[in-house]
Ligand binder design. Sequence first.
Ligand code: CA
Ligand code: CA
Length: 472
Amino acid sequence: MEVSGDVGSIDPDLLQLAEVSPLALKSNRDLIDELYSQWLSLPDTSRLVKSLLDEAKSSTPLNVPGNSSSANATASNSLPSMFPAGSAPPLSPRSSSGSPRVMKRSVGPSSLGSPLKALFRKIDVADVGFVTRDQFVDYWVNSNMLTMDTSTQIFTILKQSDRNYLTQDDFKPVLREILATHPGLEFLQSTPEFQERYAETVIYRIFYYVNRSGNGHLTLRELKRGNLIAAMHHVDEEEDINKVLRYFSYEHFYVIYCKFWELDTDHDFLIDKENLIRYGNHALTYRIVDRIFSQVSRKFTSKVEGKMGYEDFVYFMLSEEDKSSEPSLEYWFKCIDLDGNGVLTPNEMQFFYEEQLHRMECMSQEPVIFEDILCQMVDMIGPERECYFTLRDLKGCKLSGNVFNILFNLNKFMAFETRDPFLIRQEREDPTLTEWDRFAHREYIRLSMEEDGEDASNGSAEVWDESLEAPF
Ligand SMILES: [Ca+2]
Ligand SMILES: [Ca+2]
């Protein structure tokens, strides 16, 4: 396939002519042709087109069901692991700044690179790897792209034309592009099944935080209110994917996936109550696990009765480890609100606290009676009415997450009561990080040390050295 003058893809920055109406452009094909030729002659354009063509020729499809046979093919590449071969995702190459494996990107940062390449594919309906001038003009002008803001452009590009919302599937082309072109994810190319898991996890995280209605239909309004567009820009500009903490970090995916794998002992990709009770070193009470499985906060997408699938687990885990976020507060509020009347009464809270109290007694901890705890929680939240908490009360207070830890997570409750100095120091080090960011960072280090420990105990110095240099 030759790169000819008629082949190209699109950079809207060069076409941001807000003052020119689409109608005027329609009647002035010369102007469009001139813009198009100008853009085609840019050096970056030919590089972009070439890379798209190469990719179109060599790309392997993402999200092919039952793709697990590739695990065997690549098993020899992966490090010895605490999991059976092919079951744990590879660690991301460490100290990326010093790693020879992380190459400088050859194409300069183009704004919105990845979503734009998704657009390229979208116009390229015949999937031949190139877009003709007429296709381009038709799409761009007929969709009124010239007058749109970035969020609306991306929304329009990604959605199905007959819908006014985005579904999880609509994000797959974006993830496919990122996996194929981002230098920070190059090392995953030998393990397609983890590319797929990574893509899936990122999409779940996006919907968890951005699709606030929780109905799987992400609207333009939600897209504009969220920080997804900024995160996409960040992916495009940052070579180290792990620095993109919002949605795209590989390390964050690694932590979520490994936790799920650990609990899913029979590896059928489903976990039940008995599995989940082991979460976080048996941190949760039976009562809260029962409420999670009652699906009152969020209906499971798993098709198997009484079991949680991976997507359901991602929602649970983000809620559990990021209790300062709004989606988390909503999730737990519904769990505690037993009668579903929109307020948390002392009776409802006591129902959950009883089990905590019982556990403290069993551990010969000094039990804190409910009345004292209630006073402490009221002081902390400062609710509008002292006799109950509303969701609004909780959202208005930075410390609300602690209320939930007091009610059903014994380990975090203890850490809070004793003001764990390690956690306090961590908070002070970088106050811009969220609770989730700090948790994921801690856990990634712990998990990767476990992996390294395995390597060392296998007694191969060679493996150890290689893994320090360039593991993949
Ligand atoms: Ca299972
Ligand atoms: Ca209630």
